[in-house]
Design a protein around this ligand. Sequence first.
Ligand SMILES: [Zn+2]
Length: 317
Amino acid sequence: MSEFYLTGLSDKDKPWDYHRGLADQVRDLYRGTEFASYADRIGICAKLLEFALTTADSGEMLFRLQTASFCRVRHCPVCQWRRSLMWKARFLKALPAITIDYPTARWIFLTISVPNCQLVELRQTLTSMNRAWKRLSERKIFPALGWVKSFEVTRNKKDGSAHPHFHILMMVPAGYFGSRGGYINQQQWTDLWKDCLRADYKPHVHVTAVKARKLHAGGADPGAGLIVAIKETLKYSVKGEELVADASWLIELTHQLHKTRAIGLGGVLKDYLSEAEPDDENLIHADDQSGEVSPDDPRWWFSWREMVKRYMGGQIT
Ligand SMILES: [Zn+2]
């Protein structure tokens, strides 16, 4: 059987090599630590992938994942990538129904943070951020009909401190930007967040309206700007490169974020989106395209080759 690189055959599957390569590194960092069982699980995560080669509605050939087994360890680079894809897919699937029920609603994208903390204080910091967010979302002037919030932490390269922040995508009523719609500008958001944090410093806040994006052919696609904002909101809690930057940082991070929630929903969006943790099937079909898979579609297997850091395989005959 001739063998091929998965990434040589399918553009959309290019991230597989990257994330599985990072997973090898995370596994190595967990080895010999109190998280050795995570090392074992990540070690066998998605080592074998079965795809159906289908013809998409557009006529192009498309690999569609049929079988894989995921470890679902919180900081497994493969699983956090698939989880992020799944969240985006869940949101995009819910969007038509939301648009029908709230045809004139607008969206705003809010990023709120607190000053860097020591990694050992991350859990406590996250708890107080969540309490502050709860206070803010219960204020009378809080404008959102619904919201989705994700937690992200970045690592300061110089001193290893943690920079925690929330990305929040909010759906607001059509009149929000009008004179009596309750519009809140950046300064007011900053004051609100400061107040709810009960802070004596000025926290960093950034707010922007989600705008329709210009299309290449002219005109504007009202949904495209929202899709960009959805992708920005529902990305990973910790970038893959930062997971593997420093062994002791990863170990402490794992302690600090144990059983914390990365994504939260509020308001009417709870009626359209599930907060349930994904299972293998969800992670398999996280990036699935439209169209049926037929039993007659050729099957391809790819396995992870650690030596060359690539998935290799071929068609099953
Ligand atoms: Zn995994």
